[in-house]
Write a protein that binds this ligand. Structure first.
Ligand SMILES: *Cc1c(COP(=O)(O)O)cnc(C)c1O
Length: 410
């Protein structure tokens, strides 16, 4: 276990971890769906509404100035967090879903012609699939898929072979939410650029595990989600290179995204405001800064090292417990701390209920990846996913609960 971080003091920052569920202490293993929030984030939300609540960017009064300053401070912190060249390349959205919809509807519609290809993988979250299906239907472009192997990984050579001169956009997940697989995005980005394609990265799961450097990666767009990163729900980020964002038409239209409005036409605001129509999610943006600070203060290396050691502890424990009825789904060696599995002759939803009776929260179902589940010939899995505040004691308790479930069906 990592010596340099004190997990007990980290746990103490998360009030929800004191909850009892069905008379048992909560064991929260559903972090790939959403992470819990530290005191600093919760306090920032309350503090904004208590002391600073005002609409931003448009007023002379003090509260509005304060709210604007805090709001824009998050953007500055975000720029550092992902190493963007400038904060104007960071756009606030509702989440990864909206970030991808924005790129598909604005950039996709701008560049795609009949016969062009949009390349995804077979492991995409529905939010990186359905928007592209719709824009392809509209533009006559064709969707292509990098296949997923039986261990839940993609082969780099197979992926590179899919990148031909018809491909205009590659949009892919960095880390699979359903399986935990880490994809070789760096080489794919380089190869795609070699033929003039642009690359969008879904970093929803990656952002809490890897230090992100969008300039080093050289991706064209990246989507992040606050709520998978210890921040509030309903908030995400679209990073895009300035020259691309500047050339793209607005996504939504209304207040804030305009420069001048006449009755018959309008001119648009500069970046990033061109893509932030309407009153944004001010409180959550302000609180998100504390989430970024939480992650940065601990450091990605420490977080990854703790989570990886938990993950290896889990795999060992599963082996030692000889849970014969348990089948792992997603067994690539290059993964984050996410494990999907099935228990023979039990529906995943029932396994979830039985674990919940012991206070253990896991996700069950298709994890918004129905095509991937179909590929594995199943309709869903049970998924355990770890975060910085999880412990080996919790894993021991989880394994004991799984043993009980397996014994019932013997
Ligand atoms: C959660 C998730 C999404 C959707 O993100 P939201 O911010 O909830 O819209 C997309 N892709 C992956 C890989 C995810 O894990």
């Amino acid at each position: 276990m990592n010596q340099s971080i004190d997990i007990a003091s980290i746990r103490a920052q998360f009030p929800v971890l004191n909850e009892q569920v069905n008379g048992k202490p909560l064991v929260y293993f559903d972090n790939a769906a959403t992470t819990q929030k530290p005191h600093s984030v919760i306090n920032a939300l309350q503090s904004y509404y208590q002391h600073d609540n005002a609409n931003i960017h448009r007023s002379a009064h003090t509260l509005a100035a304060r709210a604007t300053e805090h709001f824009e401070a998050t953007r500055e912190m975000l720029k550092l967090f992902i190493n963007a060249k400038e904060s104007a390349e960071c756009i606030f959205t509702k989440g990864v879903t909206e970030s991808i919809n924005l790129v598909a509807a604005s950039y996709g519609k701008l560049v795609l012609k009949p016969g062009d290809e949009v390349l995804l993988t077979e492991m995409e979250h529905h939010s990186n699939l359905v928007p592209w299906q719709r824009i392809c239907a509209e533009t006559g472009a064709v969707l292509k898929f990098i296949p997923v192997e039986s261990d839940g990984s993609i082969h780099l050579e197979t992926a590179l072979a899919c990148i031909n001169s018809k491909v205009k956009i590659v949009s892919m997940v960095w880390v699979s939410n359903a399986l935990g697989t880490i994809n070789p995005i760096q080489t794919i980005i380089e190869t795609a650029h070699g033929i003039g394609a642009k690359v969008m990265i879904d970093a929803a799961q990656a952002a809490s595990h890897f230090k992100i450097d969008v300039q080093a990666l050289d991706c064209d767009f990246m989507a992040l989600s606050s709520h998978k990163l210890y921040g509030p729900t309903g908030l995400g980020v679209l990073y895009g290179k300035r020259e691309l964002l500047a050339a793209m038409p607005p996504y939504q239209s209304g207040g804030e995204m305009i420069k001048e409005v006449f009755l018959t036409h309008s001119t648009y605001n500069e970046l990033p405001y061109k893509f932030e129509a309407g009153t944004p999610n001010i409180a959550d943006v302000i609180a998100f800064k504390m989430a970024l600070k939480f992650v940065s203060d601990i450091g990605h290396d420490s977080i990854a090292s703790h989570e990886n050691s938990l993950y290896h502890y889990l795999l060992n424990a599963i082996n030692h417990a000889s849970l014969k009825q348990l089948k792992l789904i997603g067994t690539s060696s290059n993964k984050i701390a996410v494990q999907s599995f099935e228990i023979e002759s039990l529906h995943h939803f029932d396994v979830g209920l039985l674990l919940d009776a012991s206070g253990i929260a896991v996700r069950t179902g298709h994890h918004c990846t129905q095509p991937l589940m179909r590929k594995f010939g199943i309709d869903g899995t049970v998924r355990a996913s770890f975060a910085i505040y999880n412990t080996t004691d919790e894993i021991d308790y989880f394994i004991a609960a799984l043993q009980k479930i397996c014994h019932r069906i013997k």
